[in-house]
Design a protein around this ligand. Structure first.
Ligand SMILES: Nc1ncnc2c1ncn2[C@@H]1O[C@H](COP(=O)(O)OP(=O)(O)OP(=O)(O)O)[C@@H](O)[C@H]1O
Length: 351
C-alpha cells in the first residue's frame, strides 16, 4: 500500500511539540515536499512515517494498514520504506556494487539475480559501470547517487528523502533534481521529500506542504502555494515578493479592487471584505509605468538579465515605511521617483 495518511499525529520531546496534531494524506504515487524553516518538524514527520520514532498521539497509516499509534509500532524494516538522508550512510570501504546490493543480500535474494538488479539501478542514477569503484573515490554527488540506487534496488513503493541535496554544490543539486524527477516518473513511488529550499520544493514536488512550529499551514500544488499563499508567513517563505498594506475598496468575489498608496488595482482574493488588507505583490508582475503606485528607488542590484530594485512606497498615511521589490530591465538611480503598475496581486487571507 503506497498511500500514506497521518491522523492527528503529534510528537513531543520533553516540552517541545515537534509535531502538533497534523492530519495529512499522501496519495499513492504523489511527490510531496515538506518545506519550512529549521526546527518546524519536517524531519520528525519523516521519522514517524519511516518508523524511527513512535507517535506521542495520533496514527500513521499505509493504505488501510495501521503502522503506528501510541500503542502499536510496526518496526521500520517491516514497513517497506526506502529512506535517503543527506549523510549518505554508505560503507566507505566497500565498493559501489556491494553498497547497492546490501538490501538484496539482507533479503537473501539469489546471488545471480543481484548483479543484474544492481547494474540496472546504477544505470538509472547515471552511474553505469561504477560497480567496482570504492565509495571514498567518489564525489559528493556520486555518493548521493549511490545512496539513491541502494534505495531504488529495494523496490520500495514509498521513498522518504531528508534534505538529500543539502551537502552538494549548486551545480550538482541541479543535476540531482533532474535525477529525482526522473526516478519519480520511472518508479511511480510515493515520495515525501524534506527540504528547507523552496526552489527545490517548487521544482520537484506535485504538492508542497508548508510547515511551521509543528503544524502544516498549507498543502497545495506549487503554483497555488506561490500564487495564493494562505497567510503572510507562507507568502514570506515561498518566492520573492512584498506584502504591503492596502485597502480593499470593492471585494467583488474573487477579484477585488484594492487601493495601495492612493492607486487602485485589481487583486485576486479567496473572498475578502472591504477594509484594510495585506496585499502580496510578486516582482515579475510589477513594472515601471507612467501611472501606478508612487515609489522611490532605495537600491538596485544587477542579477543577470534584470535589476532587482527595492523601492519605498510613497504612502505617508501608512505610517511605517513600506517596501516593494521589482525586476527591472532598465537601470534606475537611487532616489529616482517612479510609478509601479501591477498585472497581478493577491489579497493575503486574514488568519
Ligand atoms: N530527539 C530529539 N530530542 C529532543 N528534541 C528533538 C529531537 N528531535 C527533534 N527535536 C526538536 O523538535 C523540533 C523539530 O525538529 P525537526 O528535526 O523535526 O525539525 P526540522 O524542521 O527537520 O529542522 P531542520 O530543517 O533544522 O532539520 C525542534 O525543536 C527540535 O529541536
Amino acid at each position: 500500500m503506497s498511500e500514506i495518511r497521518v491522523e492527528r499525529l503529534s510528537k513531543r520531546f520533553h516540552e517541545t511539540a515537534a509535531l502538533d496534531a497534523v492530519s495529512l494524506g499522501f496519495a499513492a504515487g504523489s511527490f510531496t515536499a515538506l518545506l519550512g524553516p529549521s526546527g518546524c518538524g519536517k524531519t520528525t514527520m519523516l521519522r514517524l512515517i519511516a518508523g524511527f520514532e513512535a507517535p506521542s498521539e495520533g496514527s500513521v497509516f499505509f493504505g488501510k494498514e495501521l503502522m503506528a499509534d501510541p500503542r502499536r509500532q510496526v518496526p521500520p524494516e517491516a514497513r517497506g520504506v526506502g529512506v535517503v538522508f543527506q549523510s549518505y550512510a554508505l560503507w566507505p570501504h566497500m565498493d559501489v556494487a556491494a553498497n547497492v546490493a546490501y538490501p538484496l543480500k539482507a533479503r537473501h535474494v539469489e546471488r545471480g539475480a543481484i548483479a543484474g538488479r544492481v547494474g540496472a539501478v546504477l544505470d538509472i542514477v547515471g552511474l553505469g559501470g561504477f560497480e567496482g569503484r570504492r565509495i571514498e573515490e567518489l564525489s559528493g554527488g556520486q555518493r548521493q547517487r549511490v545512496a539513491l540506487a541502494r534505495c531504488l534496488v529495494a523496490d520500495a513503493r514509498i521513498i522518504l528523502f531528508d534534505e538529500p541535496l543539502a551537502n552538494l554544490d549548486m551545480h550538482l543539486r541541479a543535476s540531482m533534481v533532474d535525477a529525482f524527477r526522473d526516478i519519480h516518473r520511472r518508479t511511480g513511488a510515493t515520495i515525501v521529500y524534506v527540504t528547507h529550499d523552496q526552489a527545490e520544493a517548487l521544482a520537484l514536488a506535485d504538492r508542497v506542504a508548508i510547515m511551521s512550529r509543528g503544524k502544516v499551514l498549507q498543502a497545495a500544488a506549487p503554483q497555488e502555494v506561490y500564487r495564493a499563499p494562505a497567510n503572510a508567513t507562507i507568502a514570506g517563505f515561498v518566492g520573492r515578493g512584498s506584502i504591503v498594506a492596502g485597502t480593499v475598496v470593492d471585494p467583488a468575489g474573487k477579484t477585488a479592487t484594492v487601493d495601495i498608496a492612493g492607486y487602485r488595482l485589481m487583486a485576486r482574493s479567496a473572498g475578502t471584505s472591504a477594509g484594510p488588507a495585506q496585499i502580496l505583490l510578486r516582482p515579475e508582475a510589477l513594472r515601471i509605468s507612467p501611472e501606478g503606485i508612487p515609489a522611490t528607488v532605495l537600491d538596485s542590484i544587477y542579477r543577470g538579465p534584470v535589476h532587482e530594485v527595492r523601492l519605498a512606497l510613497s504612502a505617508p498615511e501608512q505610517g511605517s515605511r513600506q517596501e516593494l521589490l521589482i525586476d527591472s530591465t532598465e537601470t534606475l538611480a537611487v532616489g529616482q521617483k517612479v510609478h509601479i503598475a501591477a498585472s497581478d496581486a493577491w489579497v493575503v487571507p486574514d488568519v
